[in-house]
Design a binder for this molecule. Structure first.
Ligand SMILES: [Zn+2]
Length: 297
């Protein structure tokens, strides 16, 4: 658990380990990026496979008024034939949440930074052959630009990974009247508000928090890996608009560098929270202390 003012933040992990090699994920990747920053980036690379170690987790934000789940990983039983790691998973993610003291019925809001398959999976679960909301009392909050983008693709018969995810992890929420589509700069309550950073997807938002003067931000995939702090130009193959993704990433980094704001990306390794610092003409990341989490070494 970590605190931002009076707010309390936990993370529930679905998967943490090797995922892709940097050159498979990052457009134009040059190994010199890792070599010149190996002292603080080395632990993010799996020595056996050369793959990046990445985490897929949800954050639990308790504001005192609400219990809010931020991004919901890959999910169980989803058909994702193009990504074996996400295909027909069977993991005890809900047990991980329970271990953090969160029962599904206690979640008030689920907030998705964007609607990619690895951020919406646990929105729903399979029950008697139907997809039903995993968090029965939650309102699922989505930014309008992002929802309308995916909805338009769905209407054209989108069968991509993200199209499959929209069908099995978003539309069932709409049918159950649990989905809430909001403006891209919507404020959920005092101290919790969305801010658009388009590029990775057209409607990507980050979720800002502020309590007692302390600031934090759930960054989604504006940053995938700390390599993008050492070299902010590196957008990913998953980016809808790599050039705009870079502009947004740069804006995000410059907004938060050297401020003490707690930055919580969706795929950084445990503790998955820390501070952006200026470093050697670019940027670095200093992990925050999050008791109960072990850094992968
Ligand atoms: Zn992602």
């Amino acid at each position: 658990m970590i605190a931002v003012g009076d707010y309390r933040i936990d993370r529930a992990v679905e998967y943490e380990g090797p995922f892709l090699r940097p050159e498979e994920l990052l457009i134009g990747y040059d190994p010199v990026v890792l070599e010149r920053s190996r002292d603080w980036l080395g632990h993010t690379i799996d020595p056996a496979s050369g793959q990046m170690r990445m985490s897929f987790h949800s954050f639990v934000l308790r504001t005192g008024r609400h219990t809010i789940l931020i991004d919901t990983c890959m999910g169980n039983d989803k058909e994702r034939p193009l990504r074996p790691i996400g295909h027909r998973r069977r993991t005890d993610f809900l047990g991980s949440l329970l271990g953090r003291g969160v029962k599904p019925e206690e979640v008030d809001f689920v907030m998705c930074t964007h609607l990619h398959w690895d951020h919406v999976g646990w929105n729903t679960r399979l029950q008697d052959g139907r997809w039903v909301p995993t968090f029965p009392n939650a309102r699922y909050v989505m930014a309008r630009t992002e929802y309308e983008h995916r909805d338009a693709l769905h209407a054209k018969g989108d069968r991509s990974m993200h199209g499959l995810a929209f069908a099995d992890s978003i539309l069932p929420l709409v049918h159950a009247e649990r989905a809430v589509v909001v403006d891209d700069d919507h404020a959920l309550e005092d101290g919790v508000w969305l801010q658009p950073y388009p590029g990775h997807t057209p409607g990507t938002v980050v979720i800002n928090i502020q309590s007692r003067g302390d600031r934090g931000v759930f960054a989604g995939d504006v940053l995938h890996t700390p390599l993008q702090l050492a070299c902010p130009e590196l957008s990913s193959i998953a980016c809808h608009d790599p050039d705009l993704s870079y502009v947004s990433r740069r804006r995000f980094i410059e907004q938060h560098a050297d401020t003490g704001n707690l930055v919580m990306p969706a795929h950084f390794l445990a503790p998955s929270a820390g501070h952006i610092v200026s470093r050697d003409g670019a940027f670095g990341f200093v992990d925050a202390v999050m008791p109960g989490d072990q850094r992968v070494s």
